[in-house]
Design a protein around this ligand. Structure first.
Ligand code: FMN
Ligand code: SF4
Ligand code: SF4
Length: 275
């Protein structure tokens, strides 16, 4: 009966959510899986979805007549600067609906309130924000079984969230003193990472003994931080630590110095994230 009512609600309310342009970034595949599940749920209920990678998208090209979805991972209680820059560069709107979904390992705080304020000030209507627990891809990568249970739960939550967005049940809270504080703390953490990379403390590098020169890491890097030098990939100092290169290198030639025992995580195949 509950399901029946849910579906009835959806029918009445999809009027306001006919088409969604969904912009996402995913380092190691978790956010990609969530975005794909939401896309499938929307489509099943008659809502058209266009999925776009944030790293390939220009905010100026955005169609403000359709609802906008934003998907990204939590990084250092916040998210990557290129995701913030994308959101901050969105054009001024007159009430365009927008929702966000973030995936994370379990501790967040610096995004939901602050992003809602930015979007409201630009004239958008924030209709929903959800943070979905998925396997952590950093520090301590869990065993396969634990990861697949978490993925299953996360995907289910993504489906429920899409249903809530369609039925008008979802919410996106405004910034509070706590979220403002969390935003400033996370901005400081991101700065610290940048400094650590610059100081070569956590710099990623290629082991040329293992590298097969396949070039996948270069294609995957969202910020063009890897170039070829003396035939082998070399990391620059613009790294944002999304972990794509180290996670998807088929030869395991890029070690991850901050992960426990260097173990890497990926939720999908590299081809799903490559341009
Ligand atoms: C640099 C970095 C920082 C992270 N910081 C956090 C964090 O502050 N809190 C958290 O719960 N998870 C954190 N994570 C874990 C990711 O948010 C999580 O695994 C996410 O689902 C990865 O999504 P993706 O596969 O789409 O990149 C971090 C991951 C990375 C790579
Ligand atoms: S993905 Fe790995 S093997 Fe391929 S070029 Fe990069 S470092 Fe070398
Ligand atoms: S160098 Fe690797 S970890 Fe750094 S931004 Fe590029 S793909 Fe991500």
């Amino acid at each position: 009966m509950e399901q029946y009512n849910k579906l009835n609600n959806i029918k009445d309310d999809t009027m306001s959510l006919k088409t969604v342009n969904f912009y996402y970034f995913s380092g190691t595949g978790n956010t990609f899986l969530v975005a794909k599940k939401m896309e499938a749920t929307f489509s099943r209920n008659g809502v058209k979805v266009n999925l776009y990678r944030i790293e390939d998208s220009k905010p100026d090209d955005i169609n403000l007549e359709h609802a906008i979805g934003l998907g990204f991972p939590i990084a250092e209680f916040s998210t990557y600067d290129f995701v913030w820059n994308f959101v901050k560069s969105l054009p001024e709107a007159k009430g365009t609906n927008v929702f966000m979904v973030a995936t994370f390992g379990g501790i967040s705080g610096g995004v939901v309130g602050s992003m809602s304020e930015i979007l409201k000030n630009k004239g958008y209507t924030p209709i929903g924000a959800e943070e979905i627990v998925m396997p952590p891809n950093i520090f301590y990568v869990q065993d396969e079984k634990t990861c697949s249970v978490k993925i299953e739960k996360g995907i289910k939550k993504a489906e429920e969230y899409a249903m809530d967005l369609m039925s008008g049940k979802s919410r996106w809270d405004s910034a509070s003193v706590f979220s403002d504080m969390a935003y400033y703390i996370s901005t400081a953490c991101l700065k610290l990472t940048e400094m650590s990379i610059n100081q070569k403390l956590i710099h990623l590098k290629t082991d040329i003994e293992k590298c097969t020169k396949c070039g996948i890491c270069i294609k995957l890097c969202p910020v063009g931080n890897i170039c070829v030098k003396n035939e082998y990939p070399e990391h620059g100092f613009e790294c944002r630590y999304c972990l794509r290169c180290t996670s998807f290198c088929p030869a395991k030639a890029i070690s991850c110095p901050i992960n426990y025992k260097g173990k890497t995580y990926r939720a999908v195949k590299a081809r799903e994230l490559v341009k």
